[in-house]
Ligand binder design. Structure first.
Ligand code: SAM
Length: 198
């Protein structure tokens, strides 16, 4: 990996396993870890093709697979992908970098980029990540991203990258349960559309 994600450079040793352990514990405690997946499921027809981009240990892809969708999960962190493979058999879980992704797959109907992935990519690769997601989602399909807007990536910079990547900004909310966005919100859930071919 030439551009190393902040997920590796801005975190402490043992961070990956700690993340896996934390989410396993939350699942054991019965925490609701499926909020984002419920929204995605509501946006797509049955048996859609879903790209879980920056899937981590697979909590969202697992839910969408259980609801009958075909899920491919991609993450740069092999520790998290191993946990996804162990805990959630069914989807295809792949170690890969979103900024240079070249999957040999049919295009996806939707890509979900949840859990602050855009904040954790390598600095300066955000536009490439969006371009690469665009290449993997069919014309007319959607890309839904949620991230904190008070950290490394400002919304203005993100929106400029969206435009440069040729994606259409369709809707924006402050939360995954669709509270309306306001300029003082510190989180944004953005719905992007891949333009239809003429
Ligand atoms: C906070 S975790 C979120 C994981 C998962 N989406 C969730 O919500 O549970 C952020 C994830 O972004 C991934 N990530 C960051 N940069 C990436 C890149 N360039 N390519 C693939 N994954 C990346 C990290 O490896 C990490 O798993």
């Amino acid at each position: 990996m030439t551009d190393v994600p902040r997920w590796f450079t801005a975190t402490k040793d043992g961070h990956s396993q700690g993340y896996v352990d934390r989410f396993r514990q939350l699942a054991d405690e019965g925490a609701d870890l499926a909020g984002e997946a419920r929204l995605i499921d509501a946006l797509i027809p049955p048996r859609s093709r879903v790209l879980d981009a920056g899937c981590g240990p697979g909590r969202l892809g697992a839910v969408l697979h259980a609801r009958g969708h075909t899920v491919v999960g991609v993450d740069a962190d092999p520790v998290l992908i191993e946990a996804a493979q162990d805990d959630h058999p069914g989807p295809r879980w792949i170690v890969g970098d979103l900024s240079s992704l070249a999957l040999d797959e049919e295009p996806f109907d939707i890509a979900v980029v949840a859990g602050n992935v855009m904040v954790f990519v390598a600095p300066g690769t955000e536009r490439r990540v969006l371009e690469s997601l665009r290449r993997h989602v069919r014309p007319g399909g959607r890309i839904i991203l949620g991230f904190a807007t008070d950290r490394e990536l400002s919304l203005a910079a993100f929106d400029a990258d969206v435009e440069a990547a040729g994606l259409e900004l369709e809707q924006r909310f402050a939360t995954w349960d669709l509270v309306p966005f306001s300029p003082d919100a510190d989180f944004a859930v953005t719905f992007l559309r891949v333009p239809d071919v003429l």
